[in-house]
Ligand binder design. Structure first.
Ligand code: NOJ
Ligand code: MG
Length: 567
């Protein structure tokens, strides 16, 4: 028997050809009335907001481009690479924190919310970057870190100076238990107890992350006012939106007491999950605080609020707000840690689609600075399949820097470890340095990242650095560019409806349709050839050279992704 092949529905089957069935029956290859109506509703709207049709690109600023030779990326470096991003075709950049910080958690420990860390530049550099980004027709999104400050923030220095400090209540303080132990059994996200003893004032303070990151008390109206003013400060400077950090942890309620043990937790697992975080995460007041942020956001035109909303889907959906008055985009991490198995991926996509509230706009994320790289999770051969999925599903995609090159999670030698999480809980694969290595741009000792000694080693993906991939017409980078260009010129790929069409034997086909225009996205999750039940024109394929032809039955090569415009 020659190569295992699949033929489906439209082309019939033979004994050699394994038959693929349509998941929800043939009607899904036709326009149903309901589908037509939904299409009409979508197109009758005025121009959709930019954050619905656009693509967001996450920049981890330490690792994007260094301009001054200190080995750490900076704002001038980002500015010098804006043309790369414009050529790639993304609509917005989100930059991880750039504010003054002792860098205990690399910027997620802020010591001044209204300035730029000298390591990254100055406010003048920032204003230039905003202008240069806007000149290229792109938006700029900042990272807002409201749930905790740095322990070196003047507010905290003041708060810890005495129990009667006017800033005391800006943080979360509690007495020790009679035996001197912490007020609750909570464990921080980075594995140590969530309470730190302050010798000077004789109380514990709460820290959901590092002890260098004391939790802010958002129940205090002064904290709310100050933090909301921070949003105005940056909006007034032209910032187009915020990604809001650790929002699920913004309203911890220690008076509710201990966390119950998670019965499924075992010693070898992440210590942070030993107890169920029922009193520290997703507390109802948290949503009120998001609504406050949204009201400020809505007082400026065309801005967007994106939430780092990790958790169960049901909880994630609450962050839209019942009246759509919370996040426009509560991040959807359902594929971020998914095993790269087709059935599981399809299941997660369908579950997310079904869970979205009517009127809620979805979004997709495959990578960020906290997780293993997608090219490592899926395997480098599947990187183009993953990119296709991200950029053709229904909802706003966020690309993590370097994923367009197929960067993998790097092996960081022990002496080069920088991540505080890895240092606190070593050897369990929790460290985030592997996904944070600098961008490899061009030939040279640091591949163009820095004239100095990079803060983390530079690794080049199998497909080469940016310059090499640009020159190679078959590269992932050029494929991603083409995908983005196709998406930009094809309303069906942004606004069209989603339906699963085939999910069988390693082939996943889904269909996007709008106003009678129909696209089938065909993904081969296997390393074998497959025949697929689609007719039409191949408008793009990750296999260089196979575009352009009309097909009756699509032959998908191993690991191929192809986009078919239905005949
Ligand atoms: C989530 C951020 O993405 C992560 O990098 C950081 O360590 C924590 N929030 C704490 O701010
Ligand atoms: Mg620098």
């Amino acid at each position: 028997m020659d190569g295992f092949a699949i033929s489906v529905g439209l082309s019939g089957s033979t004994s050699r050809h394994h038959q693929i069935r349509l998941v929800r029956g043939d009607s899904h290859l036709k326009d149903s009335d309901a589908m037509q109506q939904e299409t009409v509703r979508t197109t009758a709207q005025t121009t959709p907001e930019w954050w619905k049709t656009g693509i967001i690109y996450q920049i981890y600023p330490r690792s994007f481009q260094d301009s001054d030779g200190d080995g750490v990326g900076d704002l001038a470096g980002i500015e010098s690479r804006l043309d790369y991003l414009a050529d790639l075709g993304v609509d917005a950049i989100w930059i991880s924190p750039i504010f003054p910080s002792p860098m205990a958690d690399f910027g997620y420990d802020v010591s001044d919310y209204r300035d730029i860390d000298p390591m990254f530049g100055t406010l003048a550099d920032f204003d230039r970057l905003v202008a240069a980004t806007h000149r290229r027709g792109m938006k700029l999104i900042l990272d807002f870190v409201p749930s905790h400050t740095s322990e070196q923030h003047p507010w905290f220095t003041d708060a810890r100076s005495s129990r009667s400090s006017p800033k005391r209540d800006w943080y979360v303080w509690r007495d020790a238990k009679p035996d001197g132990s912490p007020p609750t059994n909570w464990i921080s996200e980075f594995g140590r107890p969530a309470w730190t003893w302050d010798e000077g004032s004789g109380q514990y303070y709460l820290n959901i992350f590092l002890s260098e990151q004391p939790a802010l008390n958002w129940r205090n109206p002064e904290v709310q006012a100050e933090m909301l003013d921070t949003l105005r400060f940056w909006y007034d400077r032209g910032v187009d939106g915020f990604r809001v950090d650790a929002i699920t942890h913004i309203a911890p309620d220690p008076d509710k007491g201990d966390h119950p043990p998670d019965p499924n937790w075992q010693e070898h697992m992440d210590p942070s999950y030993r107890y169920l975080k029922v009193h520290s995460k997703h507390q109802p007041e948290g949503l009120d605080f998001v609504r406050m942020m949204r009201r400020v956001t809505d007082s400026y035109p065309d801005r967007v609020l994106i939430g780092e909303t990790d958790g169960e889907l049901k909880a994630v959906m609450t962050y839209y707000g019942e009246a759509f008055d919370a996040f426009q985009l509560p991040f959807n991490f359902t594929l971020l840690n998914a095993p790269w198995e087709m059935a599981e991926i399809v299941r997660r996509i369908e579950t997310y689609e079904a869970a979205l509230p009517d009127g809620g706009w979805g979004n997709w994320v495959l990578g960020n600075h906290d997780c293993r790289r997608i090219a490592s999770r899926a395997g480098p051969a599947q990187a183009a399949v993953a990119a296709t999925l991200l950029l053709t599903l229904k909802g706003t995609p966020t690309i993590y820097q370097g994923d367009e090159l197929g960067m993998e999670s790097a092996e960081i030698p022990p002496h080069a470890v920088r991540d505080p999480w890895e240092k606190q809980v070593p050897g369990r694969g929790l460290g985030r340095d592997p996904a944070r290595t600098p961008m490899p741009w061009e030939p040279g000792p640091t591949h163009g990242f820095s004239d100095g000694d990079p803060w983390l080693p530079v690794f080049v993906p199998a497909g080469g650095d940016v310059a090499a991939q640009r020159a190679d017409t078959t590269s992932l980078l050029n494929y991603v560019c083409a995908l983005i260009a196709l998406r930009r010129e094809t309303p069906a790929l942004t606004l069209g409806t989603y339906e699963t069409t085939v999910a069988q034997d390693g082939v996943f086909i889904f269909t996007r349709r709008l106003d009678g225009t129909v696209f089938h996205i065909c993904l081969n999750f296997t390393g074998e050839t497959r025949l697929c039940p689609v007719k039409g024109e191949v408008v793009l394929s990750s296999r260089h050279g196979s575009e352009g032809g009309a097909v009756d039955t699509l032959q998908l090569e191993p690991d191929e992704a192809a986009i078919i415009k239905a005949a």
